[in-house]
Design a protein around this ligand. Structure first.
Ligand SMILES: C[S@@+](CC[C@H](N)C(=O)[O-])C[C@H]1O[C@@H](n2cnc3c(N)ncnc32)[C@H](O)[C@@H]1O
Length: 330
């Protein structure tokens, strides 16, 4: 993809808050799982004792990574991989692993990528390293599968009529971005609010980019490569992501007793030290300066123990992974 990267337009969210969490650990390697425009990496590299390993699935950020490489030399490495493949990275002295989920402003505002309902033409929505585009989803998936995607990933009340209309219309014509927006607007015409397409577009982006599977596998693999004492910090942008991250940290930071007849605290371990139960959110000034930051939530935890199997976590979100694994014949 050949997006033009506009560094000036991008403001890293919750940057001050993130730095205050990780700075006590400065002096070592930090993994930035979502390099994007490099806002977090740049700030961390200001401290000369820090190194960055950056990851991004979008190869349009290669040009930014090349500039970082020439400036920071051996203190900076970039991998164009998905963060679910983070276990490919072998490094000692990792201090923190950071995720800033979702899309950069550069990606959303590049209308050729079709991530936004403001785009025109072919429905694409690929972030990079994908198996298929949104065009294939809209033109091939069954009505039942489209319904599930819209309902579970978009929490869309009108999932049924919208999925029915898509299947009906595609018999005669190719559905492009503007047609999809029109379908949604016609079905939701009585609903107030400006962006009637937001939920359907979110659902399709999640499905095309397998965001749920990426997040679940990314979190588990990050835990596996992080040494004890290291920190995991995750910024989420929508409620499904936040639900997953909240469960991941909370479930394994409390001591659970298998039976109420057992003496307390003997049946299982604590794998994380969770300092804040509530997420950190942007202050009013940040939201005013950068309105898209309003939905951001930052959660973090320190790793206490190795050996967590995450069975309950995997089982709890299996229903979402199943929807992401729906195939084109279902
Ligand atoms: C919100 S932006 C990150 C912005 C960055 N923190 C900054 O300050 O510039 C999210 C980035 O993560 C990347 N990304 C999203 N999901 C990913 C995944 N599963 N693996 C690797 N990169 C991913 C996107 O391509 C995008 O560039």
């Amino acid at each position: 993809m050949n997006a033009t990267i506009n560094l000036e337009k991008h403001f890293p969210v919750l940057l001050k808050e993130l730095v205050s969490i990780i700075s006590p650990l400065y002096g070592g390697t930090f993994i930035d799982c979502t390099f994007g425009a490099g806002g977090y990496s740049k700030k961390i590299l200001e401290n000369k004792t820090n190194n960055i390993i950056a990851i991004d699935r979008d190869n349009s950020v290669n040009s930014i990574a090349t500039k970082f490489k020439s400036k920071y030399k051996e203190r900076f490495e970039f991998y164009n991989i998905k963060f679910s493949e983070i276990d490919q990275i072998q490094k000692d002295n990792i201090k923190a692993i950071i995720f800033d989920l979702g899309y950069s402003l550069n990606q959303i505002s590049d209308l050729n990528r079709g991530l936004s309902f403001k785009s025109k033409g072919k429905l694409d929505m690929r972030m990079g390293l994908n198996d298929f585009s949104c065009d294939e989803v809209i033109s091939k998936m069954s009505q039942q599968s489209l319904f599930k995607i819209f309902k579970y990933f978009g929490d869309e009340k009108y999932a049924k009529p919208i999925s029915k209309k898509i299947v009906q219309l595609r018999e005669n014509k190719k559905i492009e971005t503007e047609n999809l927006v029109q379908i949604i607007e016609e079905i939701k015409k009585k609903k107030s609010g400006k962006n009637k397409s937001t939920k359907i577009f979110q659902a399709l982006r999640i499905f095309v980019n397998k965001e749920i599977t990426e997040l679940i596998n990314g979190l588990i693999k990050a835990y596996n490569i992080l040494p004890i004492g290291g920190v995991m910090a995750v910024v989420t942008f929508h409620s499904i992501e936040d639900k997953i991250v909240k469960f991941f940290f909370k479930e394994y930071s409390e001591i659970k007793n298998a039976s109420r007849y057992l003496p307390k605290n003997i049946s299982s371990k604590k794998y994380f030290n969770l300092i804040n139960k509530k997420p950190i959110i942007p202050c009013r000034t940040e939201v005013k300066f950068n309105p898209p930051s309003r939905s951001a939530k930052l959660r973090f935890a320190y790793k206490l123990e190795n050996g967590c199997d995450f069975k309950k976590f995997l089982k709890y979100f299996d229903y979402l992974k199943e929807i992401e694994n729906l195939n084109f014949d279902a």
